[in-house]
Design a protein around this ligand. Structure first.
Ligand code: NOJ
Length: 751
């Protein structure tokens, strides 16, 4: 709702001043991810032609930009400052794909809270997070930033993250406004190629990809960012039906919608027309702020007077419509500034002392360390873990004692110097001195190494022959009781524009793992990666596999905690394929006419070259999977009543017992199958989860409640016509510790 103050201000502003508010530039103080120049910020500010800046790196610079902005604006309109705070700000947390696997709203909220506190202490009041793109294709590098493959999990992650970032008052010095991104279906890029387009049924688009946005908006997210890609032939920066129609119209979003980096200008490359045409298209589609490209600044003054006649693009727009859209967009920018309290005091977030004491505080580092335990996934363990006290450990790998990679991608304000390496963390836990050797380069292809070093050097090609490095590692392994090998991806091997055609461990690391395994010394693999890798061979060779993802500032301490006995609390938020050719592979697969298993012999849905031990639809490690240091028994689920009607609530109960000798955690998961419906439905869908901690011998009953609404599904010919429907009949509730190992109970639900 527009306040009197904003209405009065709008009435005093010229068209040029309003257009200036729609301009968003980068301070150029961090890495740039596009081709456009940073722009002449100072020149823009002097003329009041800038609404916000992102990418500042200190309170000092925020204060300086703000002073310029106020001096250059007739109405003293302040800037707001934004930043990519993807998995922490100064204190870097595990990657979002890792955090999602904590299956814990408490962890998501706590980490977001810390990120907000650190960012706001530096004057940043909008963060380009949470990234809530459903990611089902591990070839896509931005899987790293996403909450994974499942809409239910991603929606809960979206809500908790928004709560943690925004709190209940955006004027507080420790809150920031969230920016849900990237709207919509950016993660469905064909072939997993970043920026590529998506073709999806209306059901998938609204029922799967839009769900986390619906949840994030309902949780109060104040801003949204458009996606680079086209969806069903319409580039998202010009997608009026989805932005105005669905996001604002159906989901009730009333905040600010920002472009992605040069996203408006890129509409021309998508084939939608010249600069003026795409400017009009984006503005009328509902994109309020133009990031970097300055199309709005250059084209709107004329469009607002002359309108647009572009027959080749099938467009004719009246000047009055452009003016009305400028007013709408400018009102949204100013409203956000007001919500942030910036009109009352433009410098309220500029406290140099607070910035220093907040960043990387011991309390924040503790949250980060705990978050690692909650998100690290134990994929295999034949008993070698936890490491025995007094064991002689050989630590191997190019990233074993390396600070340049542990923060992972999109840690633009992270301080590498403050990060703890695996060597440092592990040594602090062990009595015996560690032997630490490199063993192999991360990759050995110089061209690839060059690309991976685009944001600073993270891959260092050794001068020594590869065989010599392996020999050194083998000698260290032979002299040890256990060898811990840190293998996986360099920091920029995943992330934006880091799509891969091959999900195998890079060849030099494969050879290293084979040589280490051949020594017979028990081999623990610590996998540092931003995406699922195809680890079939390595898993067979190793005694234990620990998925660290990229664990952030406290990586060394947090992973050492887990290796030495802290319960690994993480579960997979995305399926791990056995082989690259299997992707995309997801747990919520749909049935086919010739299902696997079940159909005879060769003629079933799967691969002729995949052994029967690897189900084609569940991969090597299924969604929700992760081992514990103890064991759990799951009883079959029960229901109070197996016949329900109408608005009844189904209560599903499952009894879980810790059958081991250690205290440990498990994530109790509830999936639902709807065997007969109007359209083909996923074989199972996640509908609930609960992480519990049990003492040895302890038994707990976990209950889930579901109504018809929870069982509804999306159906429709096109996105805006999608309805959520529910059909009476049989529903099967399945519970267990992951999407593969489930037991079931059926109910009949009448209409
Ligand atoms: C491009 C990315 O797609 C987006 O996620 C990010 O927020 C912007 N650049 C700003 O850095």
């Amino acid at each position: 709702m527009t306040t009197d103050r904003i209405a009065a201000l709008m009435a005093r502003m010229t068209l040029a001043e309003k257009i200036g508010q729609l301009n968003l530039l980068s301070a150029g103080e961090g890495p740039e991810t596009g081709s456009a120049a940073v722009g002449n910020i100072r020149g823009r500010l002097e003329k009041g032609r800038l609404g916000a800046i992102f990418g500042t790196k200190s309170v000092v610079s925020v204060r300086a930009w703000q002073e310029l902005a106020l001096a250059g604006s007739r109405h003293a309109i302040p800037l707001f400052f934004a930043e990519d705070v993807i998995h922490g700000h100064r204190t870097v947390f595990p990657l979002p794909i890792a955090l999602a696997g904590a299956f814990s709203p408490a962890v998501w909220e706590a980490t977001a809270r810390v990120a907000a506190r650190e960012a706001a202490a530096e004057g940043i009041k909008q963060v380009y997070a949470p990234m809530i793109d459903i990611a089902r294709d591990p070839r896509w590098g931005r899987v790293a930033e996403s909450p994974g493959e499942d809409p239910y999990l991603a929606s809960r992650y979206a809500e908790a993250t928004v709560r943690g970032l925004e709190g209940d008052d955006l004027t507080r010095p420790d809150t920031v406004v969230a920016c849900l991104k990237h709207f919509l279906a950016y993660g469905a890029a064909v072939g997993g190629r970043d920026y590529d387009n998506a073709s999806l049924s209306a059901e998938e688009l609204i029922g799967v990809y839009a769900e986390p946005f619906r949840a994030g908006v309902a949780a109060g997210a104040g801003s949204v960012m458009a996606a680079f890609n086209a969806v069903n032939k319409r580039p998202m920066h010009a997608h009026r039906p989805l932005i105005e129609g669905w996001l604002r119209g159906k989901a009730g979003f009333d905040g600010l919608l920002v472009a992605d980096y040069t996203g408006i200008a890129e509409l021309s490359a998508h084939g939608l027309g010249d600069g003026a045409t795409v400017t009009a298209l984006a503005l009328l589609a509902g994109v309020d702020m133009d990031m970097i490209g300055e199309n709005y600044l250059h084209h709107l003054p004329r469009l607002a007077v002359e309108g647009l006649d572009a027959p080749e693009a099938g467009l004719s727009i009246a000047a009055g419509d452009i003016c009305a859209a400028v007013d709408r967009a400018c009102t949204r920018v100013l409203t956000l500034k007001e919500r942030l309290g910036l009109f009352d005091d433009p410098f309220r977030y500029c406290d140099e002392a607070r910035a220093t004491t907040t960043a990387l505080s011991p309390e924040h580092r503790r949250v980060a360390r705990d978050a690692i335990a909650e998100s690290t996934v134990l994929l295999k363990n034949d008993g070698v873990l936890p490491l025995r006290t007094g064991a002689r450990v050989a630590l191997v790998g190019a990233m074993a004692d390396d600070r340049t990679n542990v923060l992972g991608t999109w840690a633009v304000s992270g301080d590498q110097a403050a990060a703890v390496t695996f060597r440092e963390g592990l040594q602090a836990h062990l009595e015996e001195p560690l032997t630490c050797v490199k063993g192999a380069d991360i990759v050995d292809d110089p061209e690839l190494a060059h690309r991976l070093n685009v944001h600073g050097q993270t891959v260092f090609l050794d001068d020594r022959p590869a065989a010599l490095m392996v020999e050194e590692a083998v000698a260290a392994a032979r002299a040890a009781d256990v060898v811990v090998a840190v293998v996986g991806e360099a920091r920029e091997y995943s992330g934006e524009c880091s799509s891969r055609t091959d999900l195998d461990l890079p060849p030099p690391q494969q050879r290293l793992v084979e040589a280490l395994a051949a020594t017979g010394t028990p081999l623990v693999l610590v996998v540092q990666t931003g995406r699922p890798l195809a680890l079939e061979r390595e898993t067979a060779l190793a005694s234990a596999v620990v998925l660290a993802w990229f664990a952030g500032t406290e990586a060394g301490n947090g992973i050492a905690d887990v290796l030495t006995g802290t319960e690994p609390g993480g579960r997979l938020a995305i399926t791990f394929p056995a082989r690259t050719g299997q992707v995309p592979v997801l747990y919520a697969a749909e049935p086919t006419g010739r299902p696997y298993p079940g159909h005879f012999e060769k003629f079933k849905t799967g691969y002729v070259d995949l052994p029967d031990t690897i189900p084609p639809a569940t991969g090597l490690f299924p969604f929700g999977f992760g081992l514990s240091y103890t064991t759990f028994d799951y009883a079959a689920p029960t229901v109070e009543r197996d016949r329900l009607a109408g608005d009844d609530t189904a209560r599903v109960r499952v009894v879980v017992t810790n059958t081991g000798v250690r205290r440990g955690s498990t994530v109790v998961q509830l999936y639902v199958s709807d065997p007969v419906a109007r359209i083909t439905r996923p074989m199972i869908e996640l509908k609930g989860f609960k992480k519990i901690v049990l003492d040895p011998g302890e038994t707990r009953e976990v209950a889930f409640s579901l109504t018809r609404r929870d069982l509804a599904y999306a159906i429709g010919e096109e996105p805006l016509a999608v309805e959520w429907v529910w059909d009476p009949g049989v529903f099967v509730f399945r519970t267990g510790p992951n999407a593969r190992d489930l037991q079931s109970v059926a109910v009949h639900w009448d209409g």
